[in-house]
Ligand binder design. Structure first.
Ligand code: ADP
Ligand code: ASP
Ligand code: MG
Length: 408
C-alpha cells in the first residue's frame, strides 16, 4: 500500500463538474488500495477576485486581515471536494491548514512552514478516509491564519508529502508536465520527461510558475519524489529528480521568463567605498528584494548603478532611490517598468562553452537590445524590453533546438 499526495490547482477545480471529476480520480486511488491526501487550491480566479475585493475597501489592507480573506478560497474547495467524494460513496474529511496544524512563521502573505502535526491526518488515513487539505494556508504560533505566497498550494502538498513520508507527490495542473518553456508563449515547447531539482529550482525562481519555488526547495531538501501531471489527460507527466551521473545532459533544459520585474538606475554617483551599500541598504531595509545588480566602471570618479526589483515594489524603491540620490549627491535617477527577464537554464551548461555567445547572437539577429546580463553555473539571464518577450523566447527556443532535444 502506497501513500500518495495529490494536488489539484485552480483550473482543475474551477467548476463543480471539474471538482466531481477530481473526486472520481481521487476515489480511484483509494479503491486500488492506496492511501491518499488531496491538497486543493481555490477555484480558478477566486484568489484574484478576493484580492481585488480587498482593494475596493482599502488600498493598503492589513496583512493579517488579507490572509484571513484570501485563505477562504481554499476553504470553499476542500468542502466541495469532500461533498463530491461523499456523493460517490468515498469517505473523506476536509481540513483547513490551521486544523491540520500546519505551523508557519508569522510573515503574512509569504509565511514559511515550520512544522506539520500529522496525528489527525494519520488517524483518518488509518480509518480508510481520504484526507482533503486546504492548500496555501497555515497558522502561526499565536493562532493567526497565514498564507504561503501565490502558488503556495504546491508547497502545502510537498510539505504534507515530506511530513508523512509519502511515496509520491503528484501536482495535477492544466498542462501535462514541465515544458521547455511556457507553452502559452511558445506553442512548439515540449514536455520534459525528467528535470533535475537544481534546474527546476532555477526555472521556478526565474519565473516559471508551473511550480512554486518553495515547493521545489522543500522537495529537494526532504527528497520527496515529485511529479507534474495533467488533470485532464492521462500521461507520465514530468518527474523532478536528482541529477543522473550517467546521463548525457542537454545543454539547455528550458527557458524561463519573468514579467514581474522593474529596473532602476542611479547615475553619476560619487565612486567611493560603501557606494553599493548606501544605495541598496535603504532598499533592503524596507524589505524589498533586489534581483540583478550592475555597477558600471567609473568615469570621472562617478559611477552608474542599475538593479531590478519586483514590479510591486517599484514605486517604493523609486522613492527610496530618489532620497538616496539627494544624500549621496548623485546626478539623476530613472526607472523602467516595461522590462522582462529571459533566462536559459541547464545543468549541461557547466560542460558546454559558447552558450552565452549563441544566446547574444540570436537576440542580436532579431534586433533585441540586451539591457542587463547575469550568469551563474547553470543559467544565463538577460533583461530586455517587454515588447520582445515572445520574440526572444521563441528565437532562443529555436536556436537551442529545444523542440528537438526534448523529443529525443
Ligand atoms: P495551477 O493553478 O494548477 O497551480 P499554474 O497556473 O500555477 O497552475 O501553473 C500552470 C501554468 O504554468 C501552465 O498553464 C503554464 O502556462 C505555466 N508555465 C510556465 N512555465 C511553464 C513550463 N516551463 N512548463 C509548463 N508550464 C509552464
Ligand atoms: N490560491 C492561491 C493562488 O492563487 C494558491 C494556489 O493556487 O496555489 O495563488
Ligand atoms: Mg500554481
Amino acid at each position: 500500500m502506497a501513500l500518495i499526495v495529490q494536488k489539484y490547482g485552480g483550473t482543475s477545480v474551477g467548476t463543480p463538474e471539474r471538482i466531481q471529476a477530481v473526486a472520481e480520480k481521487v476515489a480511484a486511488v483509494r479503491e486500488r488500495g492506496d492511501q491518499i491526501i488531496v491538497v486543493v487550491s481555490a477555484m480558478s480566479g477566486e484568489t484574484n477576485r478576493l484580492i481585488s475585493l480587498s482593494k475596493e475597501i482599502n488600498e493598503r489592507p492589513d496583512p493579517r486581515e488579507m490572509d484571513v480573506l484570501v485563505a477562504t478560497g481554499e476553504q470553499v474547495t476542500i468542502a466541495l471536494l469532500s461533498m463530491a467524494l461523499h456523493k460517490i460513496g468515498c469517505p473523506a474529511r476536509s481540513y483547513t491548514g490551521g486544523q491540520v496544524h500546519i505551523l508557519t512563521d508569522s510573515a503574512h502573505s509569504k509565511a514559511r512552514i515550520q512544522d506539520i502535526d500529522d496525528a489527525r491526518v494519520r488517524a483518518d488515513l488509518e480509518a480508510g478516509r481520504v484526507v482533503v487539505v486546504a492548500g496555501f494556508q497555515g497558522v502561526d504560533e499565536h493562532g493567526n491564519i497565514t498564507t504561503l505566497g501565490r502558488g503556495g498550494s504546491d508547497t502545502t502538498a510537498v510539505a504534507m508529502a515530506a511530513a508523512l513520508t509519502a511515496d509520491e507527490c503528484q501536482i495535477f495542473t492544466d498542462v501535462d508536465g514541465v515544458y521547455t518553456t511556457d507553452p502559452r508563449v511558445e506553442p512548439k515547447a515540449c514536455r520534459l520527461e525528467k528535470i533535475t531539482f537544481e534546474e527546476m529550482l532555477e526555472m521556478a525562481s526565474l519565473g516559471s510558475k508551473v511550480l512554486q519555488i518553495r515547493a521545489v526547495e522543500f522537495a529537494g531538501k526532504y527528497n520527496v519524489p515529485l511529479r507534474v501531471l495533467s488533470s485532464f489527460e492521462e500521461g507520465e507527466g514530468t518527474l523532478i529528480t536528482f541529477e543522473d551521473e550517467g546521463m548525457e545532459q542537454a545543454k539547455i533544459s528550458g527557458i524561463a521568463f519573468n514579467r514581474d520585474e522593474a529596473k532602476l538606475t542611479i547615475r553619476g554617483v560619487p565612486d567611493q567605498p560603501g557606494v553599493a551599500y548606501s544605495i541598496l541598504g535603504p532598499i533592503s531595509g524596507s524589505n524589498i528584494e533586489v534581483d540583478m545588480i550592475v555597477q558600471n566602471i567609473s568615469e570621472d570618479n562617478t559611477t552608474d548603478f542599475t538593479f531590478t526589483v519586483h514590479r510591486n515594489d517599484y514605486p517604493k524603491a523609486l522613492e527610496l532611490l530618489k532620497e538616496t540620490a539627494e544624500i549621496v549627491g548623485a546626478r539623476e535617477v530613472d526607472g523602467d517598468e516595461g522590462i522582462v527577464k529571459i533566462s536559459l537554464v541547464g545543468v549541461g551548461m557547466r560542460s558546454h562553452a559558447g552558450i552565452a555567445a549563441t544566446m547574444f547572437e540570436t537576440l542580436a539577429k532579431e534586433g533585441i537590445n540586451i539591457r542587463m546580463i547575469s550568469t551563474s553555473e547553470i543559467k544565463i539571464s538577460v533583461v530586455v524590453d517587454e515588447k520582445y518577450l515572445e520574440l526572444g523566447v521563441r528565437s532562443l527556443h529555436e536556436a537551442f533546438n529545444l523542440a528537438m532535444e526534448a523529443a529525443e
